[in-house]
Design a protein around this ligand. Sequence first.
Ligand code: GDP
Ligand code: GDP
Length: 453
Amino acid sequence: MPLPVVAIIGRPNVGKSTLVNRLAGVQEAIVYDKPGVTRDRTYKPAFWADRDYLVVDTGGLIFDDDTEFLPHIREQALAALADAQAAIMVVDGQEGPTESDREIAQWLRQHSVPVLLAVNKCESPDEGLVQAAQFWELGLGEPYAVSGIHGNGTGDLLDQLLTHLPPNEEIDEPEEVRVAIVGRPNVGKSSLLNAFVGENRAIVSPVSGTTRDAIDMLVERDEQRYRLIDTAGIRKKKNVNYGPEFFGINRAFKAIRRADVVLLVIDAIDGVTEQDQKLAGRIEEDGRACVVVVNKWDTIDKDSHTIYEYDRTLGNKLYFMDWAKRIYTSALTGQRVPKILDLVDQAVAEHRRRVTTAVVNEVLEEAASWHTPPTTRQGRQGRIYYGTQVTARPPTFALFVNDPKLFGEGYRRYVEKQFRQNLGFEGSPIRLLWRGKKMRELDRQSANRATKV
Ligand code: GDP
Ligand code: GDP
């Protein structure tokens, strides 16, 4: 089951957004636009005791005008309620029940979703409970006297809410894809980030990772969830006056380390710089999947050959990650921006892919028969006994050979090329581990394995 959603519903000015902020803590509000929804809908992560949930603020959604709320409710609040596990109806305790409150309550009672009634603005110790008691008439059960501003009463409300939320163990989100967007200043990282957020359902995740201020953002597309790593870092540097050489490379390195896949953003005008190469080198070393995004493509004067020539030069400068796909985008016009996540999906699938030992050995045999392993002057020849994939992320293969020293750089590169040609893994680095093994040891190992089975 996915993370449960709690919908906050009520007429304007009762304190819905204040209450949401209280429940979610001080998270930055992230909104998303969806066709047909007149205003933004905001999802924020929250938790109480041992349970996590998302709180969706329907604030501003439902009513533009009190007198017109019924048609709006049916259209908009239904959407908000559709995937909610529970709803909190908020009313104004200082004002007392209104006609709108009654209509909303009546409407909510017709739905199967459990509803809690939060009577807000009840911070007065003398009057709070009396103010709340007026709302029994709504027929939604016990009115909880709360104050969104001061925080009173919210604990009792949340204890009650918990009874409607699944325990965390039952929450099983599809595995998220962790994406780092890195690149020099001004290449368009925040513009791309905004484009992702604009197109997809987005929420801010709780503070996570190593640094306290590394705020990640979650973006959802077709059921797949992407964690955009350290979005605070992408935005923050704007206010900081760094020297020309410094671009927060350590922060970028940290983001790379936490990522499954890295979007290496390059400025089309400048091409690949030394700093870009440094980032690319780190991505390869850390074994992360990568998509090279050449942004500001709109600024380049083009004829029909431009992209080929440009791509060749770029490929030469990034020769050590020739496995990464390159895409030419404009965050300004939106050109190919939606395609970036398609490439991310492909790269991640390859990064996680496993192939069987039989297939690995077919590739090895084929490679050895085209090009036999080298022989030393003394006549010792390299022999590859067998290979197997030992892990993924990135795909890593152990090749058991008689003596790794017999396999020089040239032959190793050749074998790696054969792996690429036959097995693909586009978008992901791969690793070949050359391991020395005496044939006798191998025999003993396979004998052991056989007796265990
Ligand atoms: P929304 O339109 O329902 O989202 O309401 P808001 O959260 O924007 O709040 C509307 C007004 O009520 C604001 O002026 C808030 O400051 C005020 N308000 C919100 N919560 C409380 C509260 O607990 N006590 C008091 N006295 N005022 C509150
Ligand atoms: P960041 O520092 O990498 O986050 O870069 P920004 O997203 O802040 O972009 C830096 C500048 O480049 C801003 O003025 C953007 O409007 C501009 N920019 C970003 N993407 C593009 C693009 O695709 N084409 C053009 N022409 N300008 C862009």
